[in-house]
Write a new protein. Structure first.
Length: 151
């Protein structure tokens, strides 16, 4: 559903225009309603169409809450989860707390991840991309799950 890497601009109020090729699937999948939350492993945001988030949210809530690591994960992912809707111009208004977590400024990068999208600061995305290319380059040890894929 969501593919590609796109550099976009965010204004000083935290509004970003969703690119048309991402906006259309969002509108058809969820009427433009999304949930944005933090990624707990890297400084980026994750954008889910509402139906996809509702499925995931149930799974997260059903995790064993007596495990401290699970409880911390739930607090962060569910706690930061924010319902947003594309406005009439196809823009999202991101709350300051989410922008702060991902260190977002004017230049951001939207990364399609199939059923969701990631939103990165341009600087952090370039560093992550370079690190990932280095880690998966020639001679790199890849997990069996990746070796089984035919690209």
């Amino acid at each position: 559903m969501f593919r590609g890497v796109q550099q976009i601009a965010m204004d000083a109020k935290g509004r970003l225009a969703m690119p048309a090729r991402q906006r259309e699937p969002l509108l058809s999948a969820s009427g433009g309603q999304v949930v944005v939350t933090i990624d707990t492993q890297v400084a980026c945001l994750v954008i889910y169409p509402l139906p996809e988030w509702e499925r995931l949210e149930k799974d997260i809530q059903n995790l064993p809450t007596l495990k401290p690591a699970v409880k911390r994960f739930q607090r962060l992912v569910l706690g930061y989860a924010t319902d947003l809707e594309l406005d009439g111009n196809g823009r999202l208004l991101l709350p300051q707390s989410l922008r702060d977590h991902a260190k977002l400024d004017k230049h951001v990068v939207l990364v399609g991840q199939g059923n969701k999208m990631e939103l990165w600061s341009e600087e952090l995305w370039m560093a992550e991309r370079d690190r990932a290319l280095l880690d998966s380059g020639p001679g790199a040890e890849l997990p069996d799950e990746l070796m089984a894929l035919t690209l």
